[in-house]
Design a protein around this ligand. Structure first.
Ligand SMILES: Nc1nc2c(ncn2[C@@H]2O[C@H](COP(=O)(O)OP(=O)(O)O)[C@@H](O)[C@H]2O)c(=O)[nH]1
Ligand SMILES: [Mg+2]
Length: 181
């Protein structure tokens, strides 16, 4: 296997408290805390991953960007989206409004990073009794968006499907990237 290194920037978008920071913490550090997760304190974190693709081991430096407050987001949108290769758009399966608002977030993606793949993530799947957004609704939503690669329900609390969500998005970016060469 020959080795290739790719640097990829991805963004997590979605309403307040849907679990963006928790998903990143779970994926990068393997931890979770019940309290409100203050933003990571920096613009982004880096996770090094290796994925097998076409008999090659692709080493990836995944730059994962989180929203550090909504005022900050509003003022620095351009820098935030610059060079973005993929978007994880997160809603909370227990709060319908956060699901409906994904449409607004997608408008931002279309405006600032047209064409990048988007994965729609319904987080807090562990809260089964409070769940109000059906996966069938999210699939429909995804179909109405250009470049939506799929829907996945995750739990940053238990860790369920968190790796898969990041990996599916990363794979999609890689495949597109390599097909261009
Ligand atoms: N039960 C449950 N709570 C979660 C999950 N993910 C995040 N939370 C909680 O939801 C709140 C908001 O999470 P946070 O990551 O700060 O959301 P952000 O504002 O989108 O970054 C915190 O109290 C977290 O502990 C999850 O998968 N399941
Ligand atoms: Mg946060």
């Amino acid at each position: 296997m020959s080795e290739t290194t790719a640097r990829l920037k991805i963004l997590l978008l979605g309403d307040n408290r849907v679990g963006k920071t928790s998903l990143i913490r779970r994926y990068v550090h393997g931890t979770f805390s019940e309290g409100y997760q203050a933003t990571l304190g920096v613009d982004f974190v880096i996770k090094k991953v290796k994925l097998p693709l076409n008999k090659r081991a692709i080493s990836i430096q995944l730059q994962i960007w989180d929203i550090a407050g909504h005022a900050y987001y509003a003022s620095y949108k351009k820098a935030f989206f610059q060079n973005t290769k993929g978007v994880m758009l997160v809603y909370d399966v227990t709060r319908k409004q956060t699901f409906e608002n994904t449409n607004r977030w997608v408008d931002d993606v279309y405006q600032h990073s047209p064409g990048v793949p988007i994965i729609l993530v319904g987080n807090k799947s562990d809260l089964r009794k409070q769940k109000v957004v059906k996966i069938s609704e999210s699939k429909k939503m995804c179909q109405t968006w250009e470049n939506c690669i799929g829907v996945i329900e995750t739990s940053a609390k238990t860790g369920d499907k968190v790796n898969t969500a990041f990996e599916d998005l990363t794979y999609e970016i890689l495949v597109r990237h390599l097909n261009k060469k």
